[in-house]
Design a protein around this ligand. Structure first.
Ligand code: NAP
Ligand code: FE
Length: 368
């Protein structure tokens, strides 16, 4: 058993302004890695630049990170950061900018090595990293993972290195700017992390602690996602709770990694443009069905407050709807996952095409 979650976390209203002094200890010149618009609209970028300015820390803004960041974007940011002598990185936004910041920090520290080193298993140093989440989905502010889009392979892939953020500044108020669809899609990503961590070959009492607590919080709030159309503005405790669930889920998968639903999601996101959380969560009912230890599945359902897999499936369909893809894409998806031993080993039983077909049979995925 190994327990390593080295990130210092501040979870607070105005976390950036309150804990800005921590930034000064990490380096002398920062690069803010963020998306194109949301951090400008939700006020997080202004709060961060004000903090850096008040501390006289020079910074560079890289605001070109797209959803599911590509290797090309990472390389562009590395070129700028190296030229400007940046020595610490701040990922600001959803999982995409936070993951991008990890890869950029590692490549900058090892400049001029090629970006292919991201996918070469070898211990490498990286510059200090701060992560500021504005979605309640990925938990990337505490995980060591960075998932990138590889156009050459027409899919997404996690880098081979573990890049642990030094500091996470978590403030749930930024969630208030997400649309109903974004909130649902990111919240079900956290849900998937909790389920896939609990039902995982690497699961033990320590990740279970995080997963159980996260599942209970998520289950206690689930009804609010059903009524988002009627009540688009939620009370603070709901955003706060989902942010806690996401953070706990990040800690849980830091121990175990994810499993088959995440593995199946990547080609769907790449080829069909389905958002990450939705592409993962549509497979959760099927995952619960094929998991042989049904005693543990019942525990998951009970933490969440569902009486059966069918109830759980109905709930997910109500918030996510169904997804339709071509049969050929599904076949390709299965082929790619069956050739990915790193993902398969996180499922404690043998996996073959009939396992994946059974997952699809109980999923929210239709084929045509
Ligand atoms: P995202 O791709 O970071 O962002 C999705 C969209 O939401 C973007 O359009 C973004 O706008 C917008 N957005 C972000 N915060 C917002 C806010 N507070 N208000 C309004 N809009 C906001 O979404 P994500 O689901 O958080 O991250 C998904 C990525 O994380 C995927 O690449 C996935 O593979 C990865 N992931 C990583 C881990 C891990 O452990 N590292 C785990 C799971 C998933 P802008 O583009 O304008 O910012
Ligand atoms: Fe995820």
């Amino acid at each position: 058993m190994e327990l390593f979650i080295p990130t210092k976390i501040h979870f607070a209203n105005h976390a950036i302004s309150l804990y800005k002094e921590e930034l000064a200890r990490l380096g002398s010149k920062a690069m803010i890695v963020t998306g194109r618009t949301s951090s400008k609209k939700n006020g997080s970028l202004k709060e961060l630049t004000d903090a850096l300015t008040s501390l006289s820390i020079p910074f560079l803004l890289f605001d070109e990170v797209e959803e599911n960041p590509s290797l090309e974007t990472i390389e562009r940011a590395v070129g700028l950061a190296v030229e400007e002598g940046v020595d610490f990185f701040i990922g600001l936004g959803g999982g995409s900018p936070m993951d991008a910041a990890k890869a950029i920090s590692l490549l900058c520290k090892n400049h001029p090595l090629e970006s292919q080193i991201l996918f070469t298993p070898k211990e490498l140093a990286y510059y200090p990293l701060v992560e500021i989440p504005t979605t309640s989905g990925t938990g990337s502010e505490v995980t060591p993972y960075s998932i990138l889009t590889l156009h050459a392979k027409r899919t997404k892939q996690g880098i081979s290195h573990k890049v642990y953020p030094a500091l996470a500044l978590v403030d749930y108020k930024f969630l208030k700017f997400t649309s109903a669809n974004q909130l649902i899609s990111t919240c079900v990503d956290a849900l998937a992390h909790l389920v896939e961590s609990y039902l995982n070959s690497n699961s033990n009492v320590y990740n279970e602690l995080y997963a159980k607590e996260g599942l209970s919080i998520w289950g206690g709030l689930k009804e609010h996602l059903l009524s988002l159309e009627q009540e688009p503005i939620l009370e603070d405790f709901i955003y706060e709770g989902f942010m806690h669930a996401s953070l706990l889920a990040g800690m849980a998968i830091t121990h175990t990694q994810t499993s088959l639903p995440h593995g199946l999601s990547y080609p769907l996101t790449y080829e069909a443009g389905i958002s990450h959380g939705k592409a993962v969560a549509i497979f959760l009912p099927g995952y619960l069905k094929v998991f042989q230890n049904q005693k543990r599945v019942k525990q998951v359902l009970s933490f969440l407050g569902f009486s059966s897999i069918e109830d759980f499936c109905k709930y997910l369909e109500a918030i996510l709807g169904r997804v339709n893809i071509a049969t050929s894409l599904w076949e390709e998806d299965c082929r790619m996952l069956l050739e990915n031993p790193a993902k398969l080993k996180n499922f404690p039983y043998p996996v073959d095409s009939s396992t994946l077909q059974n997952i699809q049979n109980f999923s929210l995925l239709d084929l045509s």
